[in-house]
Design a protein around this ligand. Structure first.
Ligand SMILES: Cc1cc2nc3c(=O)[nH]c(=O)nc-3n(C[C@H](O)[C@H](O)[C@H](O)COP(=O)(O)OP(=O)(O)OC[C@H]3O[C@@H](n4cnc5c(N)ncnc54)[C@H](O)[C@@H]3O)c2cc1C
Ligand SMILES: *[C@@H]1O[C@H](CO)[C@@H](O)[C@H](O)[C@H]1NC(C)=O
Ligand SMILES: *[C@@H]1O[C@H](CO)[C@@H](O)[C@H](O)[C@H]1NC(C)=O
Ligand SMILES: *[C@@H]1O[C@H](CO)[C@@H](O)[C@H](O)[C@H]1NC(C)=O
Ligand SMILES: *[C@@H]1O[C@H](CO)[C@@H](O)[C@H](O)[C@H]1NC(C)=O
Ligand SMILES: *[C@@H]1O[C@H](CO)[C@@H](O)[C@H](O)[C@H]1NC(C)=O
Ligand SMILES: *[C@@H]1O[C@H](CO)[C@@H](O)[C@H](O)[C@H]1NC(C)=O
Length: 599
């Protein structure tokens, strides 16, 4: 048995040192974090039941052993088969609440679930942990206890040489909130929210909100609304604000008005992984480098966040909006796409115009034959302003002989607007897990007729792929004041971000899904990248994990400085995330064992 194990490892990783380490394992003390590979369950030195029970005591009984949710569809090994629960799960396999938000160890991305325990496979099919973390600490909602929980986890993974991950909602598209054989810190219950009427620092004086790491969009919007304010957050109201969203950039229907999610952060309250210290990082204290990296430099990689303090913005009580739809039925497909291109060229003026001082945005979907803007957002404006802003866009459609449907509306708070445009709250538009691509498109590209035509042709080509749909959002985040941060510089020149998404079909053969995944990179991402040219960028939170050259694409000119922060605050790579800064020092072998890359 032991021989088969090493043989497997040898075959899988080709790392002879690993086999030797395991062979020696039974007689030597457990290898620490400096060894070449992290442990997996079944290894000689994997913590004993007793070790886990000790950890459980330290964290006041908050340790949970992961059981895949799909185990209700299978007999072995969990013995939880339940026909009704299985049918329920098949229907809602991708609903945030049932499927991951409130289920420890669970995550969204089906590529990372990878059929290890498949709700759509026969009852007799095996059900394993696959890419799930092995154990989860349900981090306490009470602050002192939370610090203690995280410190206990750090001490445990260091002593036992185990992988550590942080999971909030599990919404990540790159599997960054899970890890095979990992101990997972689950921040979902850190739900505090407290209003700071007059935050005062060298960067910012004004109202702010401190939110726990588990606070989700819908909760933050409500907490801000309760004090007459609004906060920048994602279009999917269940996305975690202080998690991947603000650590990775964070676009929003309010971003053109108030900046990206990362731009709005004033403080990060963290536990440092190198020494377990509980500190606050701001743009002007001794942890300014950590503040800089956490604000846009990529999630789950530099520290364990307990809360963040972000700017909030006075809700003036009037926010314009609406929906706009048109299609190719009267003018034909070529003229329809010409109209789409012309519309996109007008967006920068729309974003900046109006009596409100700009900050207006459009979110729209494109199929081969239809344009549908489900969210127009025009903050702090009068109906007359809205009409004036929309006029050039609508006039252009009329001039082209296109019949459109435009339905304006006015809301009296951002919360009301959000619920109308992207609700119903709390779960919002329930989107399927899928294959993401993204491209920021600079204003200079949109206003150059030839470059614009190339981008429009690329979108048209992508719209013809049967399993892909496209959402685009106008964006303008070059001018709002914000502390220096690690947001990808390409955001600052962008006027539009387009997000093609391939659908995940849970009943399709695995090989088809694997092909669709590759298609997302070679046919979708590559086509959009080539058409946009080098001045654009990709959004690290909404892109394929198969992206080649992810260092430049996701982090750009910030990479080296981020790597220095990673080395300073996490020299042993206690935290590892796929495509994270410094992650290329590691490889996941075929059995998903995480090992140092041969240098
Ligand atoms: C339906 C949908 C809509 C979306 N809409 C938008 C949008 O409008 N705008 C936008 O910008 N993005 C959007 N996203 C992308 C979103 O920003 C990312 O999925 C993001 O990673 C989610 O963060 P999370 O904390 O909720 O998820 P998780 O999967 O739990 O975590 C994501 C990453 O953050 C890390 N992390 C989480 N909490 C902590 C913590 N406390 N400390 C350290 N690391 C932590 C995790 O380790 C992981 O690497 C959307 C995603 C989905 C699924
Ligand atoms: C941890 O302790 C709690 C409370 O005693 C218990 O309910 C839970 O099952 C334990 N977790 C594990 C993984 O044993
Ligand atoms: C899914 O499984 C296949 C086949 O075992 C493997 O090649 C692939 O790397 C896995 N993908 C992920 C994201 O784990
Ligand atoms: C902000 O803090 C500075 C320095 O402590 C102080 O001088 C200033 O008066 C404060 N401003 C406000 C508006 O509170
Ligand atoms: C949001 O704030 C407005 C204005 O203060 C208030 O009228 C409304 O009831 C609030 N909405 C919710 C859902 O709390
Ligand atoms: C196309 O647009 C026209 C005019 O707005 C509308 O009547 C029709 O239903 C639309 N067709 C589709 C397929 O959306
Ligand atoms: C779109 O597809 C056509 C036909 O395959 C091809 O000739 C063209 O180069 C593509 N355009 C872009 C911008 O990808």
């Amino acid at each position: 048995m032991a021989f088969r194990n090493w043989y497997h490892v040898l075959l899988a990783t080709g790392v002879i040192a690993v086999a030797a380490e395991l062979a020696a394992g039974a007689t030597t003390p457990p290898p620490g974090l400096t060894s070449s590979c992290r442990l997996l369950p079944g290894d000689a030195h994997w913590p004993s039941l007793h070790d886990w029970q000790d950890l459980n005591k330290t964290v006041d009984g908050r340790l949970i052993e992961t059981i895949p949710r799909e185990s209700v569809c299978h007999d072995a090994p969990y013995g939880r088969y339940d026909a009704e629960a299985c049918t329920e799960l098949q229907k809602a396999f991708d609903f945030p609440k049932l499927a991951r938000m409130e289920v420890p160890g669970e995550f969204m991305d089906m590529s990372f679930k990878n059929y290890s325990c498949d709700a759509f496979a026969p009852r007799s099919a095996p059900c394993g942990l696959g890419n799930h973390a092995s154990f989860v600490i349900d981090v306490s909602e009470e602050r002192d206890a939370a610090v203690k929980d995280v410190q206990a986890a750090l001490e445990f993974v260091r002593r036992h040489n185990i992988r550590l991950v942080v999971k909030n909602t599990g919404h990540d598209y790159l599997g960054r909130s899970t890890g095979t054989g990992a101990l997972s810190l689950w921040t979902h219950h850190l739900k505090s929210a407290s209003f700071i009427p007059a935050y005062n620092s060298s960067d910012y004086k004004g109202p702010a909100l401190n939110i726990g790491a588990g606070v989700q969009g819908f909760e933050a919007y409500a907490a801000a609304n309760a004090t007459g304010h609004r906060i920048v957050g994602g279009s999917c109201p269940t996305v975690g604000i202080a998690g991947g969203y603000s650590q990775g950039g964070g676009h929003s229907i309010l971003a053109s008005r108030h900046g990206l999610g990362s731009d709005n952060v004033l403080e990060w309250e963290v536990v440092k992984v190198s020494d377990g210290q509980h500190v606050v990082a701001t743009s002007d204290n001794e942890h300014a480098d950590l503040y800089w990296a956490l604000s846009g430099g990529g999630p789950g990689n530099y520290a364990v966040v307990l809360s963040m303090t972000a700017r909030v913005h006075r809700d003036s009580g009037v926010i314009g909006g609406g929906t706009l739809a048109f299609n190719d039925s009267r003018v034909g497909n070529a003229a329809f796409w010409d109209a789409v291109g012309a519309f996109q060229a007008l967006l920068p003026d729309f974003a900046e115009g109006g009596g409100s001082g700009g900050g207006n945005s459009f979110v729209y979907g494109l199929t081969e034959t239809t344009f549908s803007a489900w969210t127009v957002t025009i903050p702090d404006t009068t109906p007359e302003d809205t009409e004036r802003l929309m006029k050039p866009l609508l006039d252009d459609l009329t001039r082209r002989g296109i019949d459109y449907e435009y339905r304006p509306h006015v809301s009296h708070s951002f919360l009301e607007h959000f619920g109308r445009a992207l609700g119903p709250l709390p779960e919002g538009i329930i989107e399927n897990s899928g294959f993401m691509a993204s491209r920021m498109i600079p204003q200079a590209v949109l206003s150059d007729p030839q470059a614009n035509a190339r981008v429009t042709a690329a979108l048209r080509n992508i719209s013809r792929l049967p399993s892909y749909s496209i959402a685009c959002q106008s964006i303008s985040v070059g001018h709002q004041p914000h502390p220096d941060n690690a947001v990808l510089p390409a955001w600052r020149d962008a006027a539009l971000i387009c997000l093609p998404k391939g659908a995940w079909d849970p009943r399709a053969p695995a090989a088809d899904m694997a092909r669709r995944q590759v298609e997302g990179v070679t046919e979708v991402q590559a086509v959009l990248d080539a058409a946009t040219g080098p001045s654009g960028g990709v959004y690290m939170n909404e892109v394929s994990y198969l992206l080649p050259d992810w260092r430049a694409a996701m982090y750009g000119a910030n990479y080296d400085r981020l790597l220095a922060v990673k080395r300073k605050y996490d020299p042993e790579s206690v935290l590892y995330v796929l495509d994270g800064v410094g992650s290329d020092a590691w490889v996941e072998a075929a059995d998903k064992r995480l090992c140092r890359a041969a240098s």
